[in-house]
Design a protein around this ligand. Sequence first.
Ligand code: M6R
Length: 605
Amino acid sequence: MCGIVGILGNHEVSPMILDALRRLEYRGYDSAGIATVNDGVLDRRRAVGKLINLSDLLVHEPLPGRSGIGHTRWATHGGPTVANAHPHRAGRVAVVHNGIIENFRALREELTADGAQFDSETDTETIVQLTSQYLDQGMAPVQAARATLARLDGAFALAFLFEGEQDMIICARRGSPLCIGHGDGEMYLGSDAIALAELTDRITYLEEGDWAILTRAGAQVFDAEGQQTSRAVTRINVESARVDKSGHKHFMAKEMAEQPAVLKAAMGYYSGLDHSGIDLPEALDFKGIDRLILVACGTGFYACQVAKYWFEKLAGLPVELDIASEFRYREPVLGPQNMAIFVSQSGETADTLAALRHAKPHVGQVVSVVNVPTSSIARESTVALPIHAGPEIGVASTKAFTASLQVLALLALRAGHDRGHLSDEEFNRLINDLRSVPGYVAQALDREEEIRRMTESLAQARDVLFLGRGTMYPLAMEGALKLKEISYIHAEAYAAGELKHGPIALIEQDLPVFIFAPFDALFEKTISNMQEVMARQGKVFLVSDAKGLAEAGDVPHRLQMPTVPDLIAPIVYAVPAQLIAYHAALHRGTDVDQPRNLAKSVTVE
Ligand code: M6R
């Protein structure tokens, strides 16, 4: 987490850095800061909270200079205070950092013993103290930065700015993403290309272990062994990297509304222009595998959990499912006939990336389903399948969830067909079902006003339960996660049949219980569980289709969904799960796009 920016410009850089940080604020908003070099003098401004506070500070205390670095923070070591805000500075050097320095305690002890005075509780300050010590020993900035990098353990993206150096930023990437932007007589640096989209469309993605010296004339890049190397300059689609709310109140609202178009585009991308079948990379081999391993975090994990049902049912493939942060630590048994699929919107989630790196030497195929095609997870997979959802800025993942589901469904169908589990006829029918997703998702979005009214009473709720069976169980978990993260209401999800094994003790008068139950093979069983809740005066909200609502009898709070084929129900029912959380958050007045304590891209373990 945390976003970093660097600019060697031809104009004042503070406003440019602020603007770039605005596009990185999704990575953290506990504090923000900028350092510049002006007439050789290094200076900085830092403010706690969102970027607007730094922006206000700069009005009263401007920070001149044509070279500078900036940071937006998600706190790891040390609370959100000015002292802990980046850029950190010691003597003649300032640093911004994304990641964690794992050996910072040992370094801090060593530096303190040598007389260094620490101003913050952060791991980052050890970096500047170390560099400052090397400068004091007579090293030149490049040498001092190199010597510092050699002492650091952990994951990081870093930028160094030095007093007296108006035309130089040194940056390094180990574990956290970093890219360089090429301008006309200007050079830029950012945690992602979106940050630089208003400045340039020419981007160099640094590789793992790279470090670089930026001057206005260009970038000299060195690999992990210290050899000068060349990294490609790629052109990015600046339009698609631009982010705005397009008239919506929140990014989350915009991203939910985009789903029909996103799903249509993703389907078009993978089913070929002639719509004849599935156009997935030939390299994917489902015939030669004996097991599938699905790994992700958060919402991506729930997408995997839905996909487990699909792969087992449609392709007869044994599936193992893991939360990325647990995967490598439980010593999973892996083999060459396993395919591992990693799902990640950002493609930079540290836990998922670490899980991928753990699996890669042992499994036959490493596949990723990602939204950012240039991300580390995409680049380190043997086959990367982009979901083509476009930038997702709201911290709560919405369109990336449904688009990932769509790509995972395509994979399950392809696996089922390749393995002879699905006949041509079944395969074609299911592909057609998948093609109908955008239309049904649009219909589900049309229920927004009903959902808004339905969720008014949630403003006072302290706890909420979500129940579902089959693929509606992970959907219930997704609904509970969304509600927790943006409305701060405590929410739990259970497989409906599990309720009676303990959680039913939670049911009391007026406890809101959302039940996702399309009229499918499991409907009757879910409805029995719903009756158990109603018998204990729980306040049931049933989300079902016309037949389901008619069969369910007298349920006070009901939401009618379109009648959809079983395969696509979890994609369509994701919409009410999102809208329930969104409107509950609006009723409570929380910060929908930037909920407390969270960041969009979690690049620390
Ligand atoms: O970028 P990723 O998909 O790897 O992120 C994984 C989770 O951090 C993410 O899904 C998180 O749970 C969302 N905020 C949920 O809305």
